[in-house]
Design a protein around this ligand. Sequence first.
Ligand code: NAI
Ligand code: OAA
Length: 313
Amino acid sequence: MGRPKITVVGAGNVGGTVAQRLAEKNAYDVVLVDIVPGIPQGKALDITQAGPVCGYSTRVVGTNGYDETAGSSIAVITSGIPRKPGMSRDELLATNAKIVKTVVRELVSRSPNIILILVTNPLDAMVHVARQVSGLPKSRVLGMAGVLDTARLRSFVAEELNVPGTEVQAMVLGGHGDTMVPLVRQTTVTGKPITDRLAPDRLAALIKRTQDGGAEIVGLLKTGSAFYAPSASAVDMVEAIMNDQKRVVPCAMLCEGEYGLKDVIVGVPVTLGRSGGESIVEYDLTAEERTALQASADAVRDLCAVVDRLLTA
Ligand SMILES: NC(=O)C1=CN([C@@H]2O[C@H](COP(=O)(O)OP(=O)(O)OC[C@H]3O[C@@H](n4cnc5c(N)ncnc54)[C@H](O)[C@@H]3O)[C@@H](O)[C@H]2O)C=CC1
Ligand SMILES: O=C([O-])CC(=O)C(=O)O
């Protein structure tokens, strides 16, 4: 039996880097798909040629079609436009919903057992589109945002306290937008509560910077958005699933009553294992966090109603 196949759709900044990071694991076959002729083929060749230097022998195929994707275990979907400075992620809705709709159809028709990890923005609404189009169970349609938002908070706290980022644990829930919800009680530095180490006003400032973390990078780059930490975060989810780690990871998944949220996709702690999002873990939230999560879910629900109208029009 060969290696499991992971497809990456969109060979731009995020997708190209996801393919590179996956190739470096030396554990998968990687298929990179893009609509632009030459780009996925060129990037696949380039990544393959790094193999002898980096010590991997991953088969990486670049293509403009979907036949090579048949039998994929997971697809990481990054196809779509990124925002420009001054734009919100929600402004990408109409363009990216159409792209995600066609891509998901192509993938699922060739890989009926596939697990989808959405990256395209606006994230939570794109997970909704992928579920509607694919009809796959909720455990197999996930969105990457919580790992990234959490990593940003961990890195800001680490910088502030001059500790390694790996020593900071955190959990950011909610939609991937202005309404994301960092859980202060789950935030620790070398195992101790963050509130023992940081004054409330400093912590509030770092949380605000986390909420604006994507926009900060969009403003600096001028064209395009973040891709190193986003690609690392998507690959972290792939690894948790493929290695059946049963690790609790914040990611976007359909809630059916958990946290009091009904039929809405939003970032929640999910146990990731070989069948995808295996369960949603319910932490004790403060009343304030619960209200914030509800507000975040309401914002996602509004956006999903808009996308439903767009896709049926
Ligand atoms: N969930 C998250 O936390 C994050 C989400 N994003 C989102 O990811 C998406 C991609 O970002 P980048 O890679 O930086 O953009 P990019 O512009 O560098 O790459 C996007 C690629 O998608 C391709 N594409 C467009 N339509 C396609 C189709 N129908 N089929 C196949 N490929 C198609 C384009 O040709 C392009 O190569 C954006 O929507 C961005 O907002 C980016 C970072 C983090
Ligand atoms: O900010 C953006 O548009 C891209 C993204 O979602 C992020 O980096 O968090």
